[in-house]
Write a protein that binds this ligand. Structure first.
Ligand code: HEC
Ligand code: HEC
Length: 200
């Protein structure tokens, strides 16, 4: 019985590799073209494939962040807009902190690497839809916290806040197969199967 274990491990690992490859492969012309980049990532992942993807993305983010931090060495505490070229939302935030927000706040919350929102190296460009959506999301989070969460009674001292992770939980798409979605039976009334849990 026990000699079967390595074979089982090998099968599982190849499934992980295939699942990971499918989730990250550039879309080929034989597939119906996704309407925008990122749409091709809507592949249900196993827990292990997700872990592989997350650790690769985390390593990529750490190395990009380290590279940027080296390039701005000595200016980390200066306001982001005086160090970087195209700062709209993080005016006044120390430049070094912006890099950490990119890594741990945005990247980790969405389970993606920097390339999801940027053409790596051309960090100031607004050419990716995902970067523009991130700005919209940031505004949305600001509104939720300022206009709603601040009024929620709580007994924990500081007002509760919503952030990117609250909804995304490591998924670029909190809704649909990639994300967990609400558990079965927790869908909004009338929502079709498939609109909630990834288990549908
Ligand atoms: C979810 C989308 C998203 C991800 C992921 C992301 N960024 Fe950003 N990034 C943005 C947005 C939006 C801005 C613009 C911020 C502003 O307007 O103040 C930005 C701005 C920047 C800037 C400033 C560029 C300039 O000159 O104006 C740098 C540098 C940067 N990001 C690096 C990174 C790095 C490194 C990573 C990965 C660790 C990363 N980003 C991941 C959305 C993202
Ligand atoms: C209230 C819940 C919620 C919060 C908070 C939230 N998001 Fe989202 N986000 C969503 C939903 C829902 C979608 C659309 C999901 C989909 O495409 O499956 C989305 C989509 C996105 C997308 C587009 C993905 C794509 O492929 O185009 C980006 C980028 C994004 N969010 C970034 C962020 C960032 C950055 C934050 C924090 C500043 C954030 N979100 C906070 C719910 C949220």
């Amino acid at each position: 019985m026990s000699e079967r274990v390595p074979a089982a491990v090998a099968v599982v690992s190849s499934i992980i590799i295939v699942a990971y490859a499918c989730a990250t492969a550039p879309t080929t012309t034989t597939n119906p073209a996704p309407t925008r980049p990122g749409a091709g990532q809507r592949v249900p992942l196993t827990d292990s494939a997700r872990r592989v993807r997350d650790s690769l993305n985390s390593a990529r983010r750490d190395s990009a962040s380290a590279m940027i931090l080296r390039s701005i060495a000595g200016r980390e505490t200066q306001p982001a807009e005086s160090v970087f070229k195209n700062i709209k939302m993080f005016k006044g935030v120390p430049a070094g902190r912006l890099v950490n927000i990119m890594n741990m706040g945005f990247g980790r919350s969405l389970g993606v690497s920097c390339g999801f929102c940027h053409v790596p190296g051309k960090w100031d460009l607004d050419d990716k839809e995902e970067k523009k959506t991130a700005r919209l999301m940031f505004e949305m989070v600001g509104t939720i916290n300022r206009d709603y969460m601040s009024k929620v009674p709580n007994d924990r001292g500081a007002a509760p806040v919503v952030n990117c992770f609250t909804c995304h939980r490591g998924n670029a798409h909190p809704i649909g197969p990639e994300g967990q979605g609400p558990p079965p039976g927790m869908r909004p009334p009338g929502a079709p199967p498939g609109s909630g849990s990834g288990e549908d």
